[in-house]
Design a protein around this ligand. Structure first.
Ligand code: HSE
Length: 418
């Protein structure tokens, strides 16, 4: 596609993101992009656009030779995959925001990109307005990317901010996130961490060349976090955030997960409130870099779609450099994590599986401990997210295999046990 070519768009979906894009394109005539047709599911809905723009027949868009770009911003993952794969096979470039679909179908989507040589861009699918995919893809050489710590879900961050800073209850905060267009149509995808882990799977591909199904990555959401956890956090001068993390360990493999975490007030992520997202990257020589911006909502998400459309004008494609041009990294579960766990009853917590326990508090109805666990324990078992049990990672949570013996000895000495 050359820089002067008109982009004639077939748009799938006219919800929060689709309508946002429609409005934004009206304000950016310089892009020479126009929407020819919009495919929608429910024709009866009142929409602020001319009736003749809409159809419910996907083939009208997919088979129109004038349409050279398909923008797919619908909710359901399987229909989205069907649209995207047909569009690519029909010779159209594709821009998508369907994170669940991308996470679940990445191997097939990589194959289709190779087979067709066409662009498939999805900057809007992670961290909305923050250009995180293109940055991870283009800027960081494989060996230099030590770690990434990120808030990638706007709704849960919004809910935590409203609950703990403005004292709204969970339901009120969630309702507000829904009204503002941040939450998924099924908000349990946000609240229980599915949306964040979906985004994390393909961010790991662009960062480290890792291809993994979302259900192979340990994750949970904010569903079990209690008022008492927030009180402990406040006492310790921490915030609680849902954090997606990846760290290259000394053995060259990558530790990765999406879990609630205590965040120190001077951590960059503590600055990330409401629907904002943030990404802290640690690299070899640059030390820390912090990317910050709106992670959900109509215009912020549509702005990333717009940027992808603009990139199509100069044939931009993801090269998946870390996957194809470097040796891809492997995930590992061979490390330890320092965790805070609160629970209603001791019988729910297998105390003997901890490497050591640093603190325990049994005096109140809601009890808690701070201790160190093999990460494998979290991967293999689910007691830590059952029975109303709440797990929150400590700030510097990852302990490498090589350090564990020394640290265990030190902690036992401090406790006066050896
Ligand atoms: N529900 C998503 C979020 C929308 O809250 O982050 C943006 O991907």
């Amino acid at each position: 596609m050359d820089a002067h070519k008109q982009l004639t768009i077939g748009l799938f979906g006219f919800g929060v993101v689709g309508e946002g894009l429609f409005k934004i394109l009206q304000q950016t005539p310089s892009l020479k992009a126009s929407i020819k047709k919009v495919c929608i599911k429910h024709p009866g809905k009142k929409r602020d656009a001319p009736d003749e723009l809409f159809t419910t027949d996907k083939n009208i868009l997919l088979n129109d030779p004038d349409i050279n770009v398909i923008v797919e911003v619908i909710n359901e993952s399987e229909p989205a995959f069907e649209i995207v794969s047909t569009a690519l096979k029909n010779g159209k470039e594709v821009v998508s925001a369907s994170k669940k679909m991308i996470a679940e179908h990445l191997p097939e989507l990589l194959g289709l990109q190779k087979q067709t040589g066409l662009s498939f861009l999805y900057e809007a699918a992670a961290c909305a307005s923050i250009p995180v995919i293109r940055n991870l893809e283009e800027y960081y050489d494989n060996d230099l990317l030590h770690s990434i710590k990120a808030i990638v879900n706007g709704s849960t961050n919004f809910i935590l901010t409203k609950m703990f800073e403005e004292k709204l209850d969970f339901q009120q905060a969630l309702l507000l996130a829904q009204q503002l267009g941040f939450a998924e149509s099924d908000p349990s995808l946000d609240v229980e961490g599915f949306d964040a882990v979906n985004k994390w799977t393909f961010l790991l591909t662009h960062a480290y060349g890792i291809i993994e199904q979302p259900d192979n990555i340990v994750f949970t959401g904010i569903q079990n976090i209690q008022g008492s956890d927030a009180a402990v956090a406040a006492e310790k001068h921490f915030d609680i955030k849902l954090v997606a993390q990846a760290k290259k360990l000394q053995n060259g493999k990558v530790a990765a997960f999406v879990l609630p975490q205590f965040i120190r007030h001077d951590d960059h992520l503590a600055f990330v409130k409401n629907e904002y997202n943030g990404v802290v990257i640690e690299s070899g020589f640059a030390d820390k870099q912090f990317f910050y911006g709106k992670g959900a909502g109509s215009f912020p998400t549509a702005s990333a779609v717009l940027s992808d459309l603009s990139a199509l004008r100069y044939q931009y494609k993801y090269e998946y450099k870390k996957l194809y041009h470097h040796t891809p990294h492997e995930l590992t579960n061979d490390f330890y994590v320092k965790v805070y766990i609160s629970f209603d009853d001791w019988s729910y917590v297998p105390k003997d599986r901890f490497e050591w326990i640093e603190e325990w508090h049994a005096e109140n109805d809601r009890k808690y401990l701070v201790g160190v666990l093999a990460f494998e324990e979290l991967r293999k078992n689910s007691w830590w997210r059952e029975n109303n049990t709440s797990l929150i990672l400590a700030p510097e949570t990852i302990i490498e295999d090589v350090e564990i013996r020394k640290l265990k000895k030190k902690s036992l000495e401090l406790a006066g046990i050896v």
